[in-house]
Design a binder for this molecule. Structure first.
Ligand code: DC
Length: 236
């Protein structure tokens, strides 16, 4: 049977709304299958951070794309998970703060910026052709021909609780009402924006994780990937 370890390239996409556990699931799936893992939301968060620091309005697409082009956005793949650097600064932790989170949906709605970051994601996939990549548009726009495309979903209350637990684990102050409202707002903007709205890509596999643990989701995905990849390889 063809397995991901034996093939030179294998792209698996995971899309879905905020708080579904995409990042954790993607990292774990990548580890199980021996693939690299790309967190595309981190790129939008980094530009969102820069826009905060440099007073660029989050809805000014041309200015945001100019901003993204004045810096080097680079993952350090020797870290686990890969850290994200803006020029010489490691922003991996700072980009998770609530001030960055609250403006990132507006930033990510700008088509000019999306075009630049789409190209960057495809370039990264050329360097890392065995990849699990997660975001909002990976299976719908950036990698529509990916080998396996997942759409991970969960009820809003469960997603808010997971995000709160994640922040508490990091030692952050947790304001549950603010987190829930942030998730609700981001869902609304992500799903209704004109540029690459969050949708379940046609032909993708939907997994509802409301009543599943991360481990159960990953287990299910591993099984599905093995089924799909062996099908592609034409062997059983
Ligand atoms: O997954 P995340 O919460 O780190 O994503 C941050 C924001 O970026 C979120 O509002 C959606 C947006 N995003 C996007 O529009 N497209 C992607 N491929 C990844 C994230």
């Amino acid at each position: 049977m063809a397995t991901p370890k034996s093939i030179p390239s294998c792209i698996i996409t995971i899309d879905g709304p905020a708080g579904t556990g995409k990042s954790t699931v993607a990292r774990s799936l990548a580890e199980r299958l021996g693939l690299d893992c790309l967190d595309t939301g981190a790129l939008y968060r980094a530009v969102s951070l820069l826009s905060l620091e440099q007073d660029v309005p989050p809805d000014d697409g041309p200015a945001l794309s100019a901003l993204a082009q004045t810096v080097e956005l680079r993952f350090d793949w020797s870290d686990d998970p890969p850290s994200l650097w803006v020029d010489e600064r490691n922003v991996s932790s700072r980009i998770r703060d609530l001030d960055v989170s609250s403006r990132v949906s507006d930033v990510a709605s700008q088509p000019e910026l999306r075009a630049i970051l789409d190209a960057e994601q495809r370039r990264i996939a050329e360097d890392h052709p065995r990849l699990v990549t997660e975001g909002r548009d990976q299976g719908s726009v950036v990698f529509p021909d990916a080998d396996v495309r997942f759409f991970l979903d969960a009820d809003e209350a469960v997603r808010a609780q997971r995000r709160a637990d994640q922040m508490a684990n990091r030692g952050d102050v947790v304001d549950e009402a603010a987190i829930r409202s942030d998730i609700r707002n981001r869902d609304k903007v992500d799903r209704s924006r004109a540029a690459a709205p969050l949708v379940q890509p046609a032909g993708s596999i939907r997994i509802d994780s409301t009543h599943l643990t991360i481990e159960e989701v990953v287990e299910r995905m591993v099984d599905l990937v093995h089924e799909q990849i062996s099908g592609i390889g034409g062997s059983s």
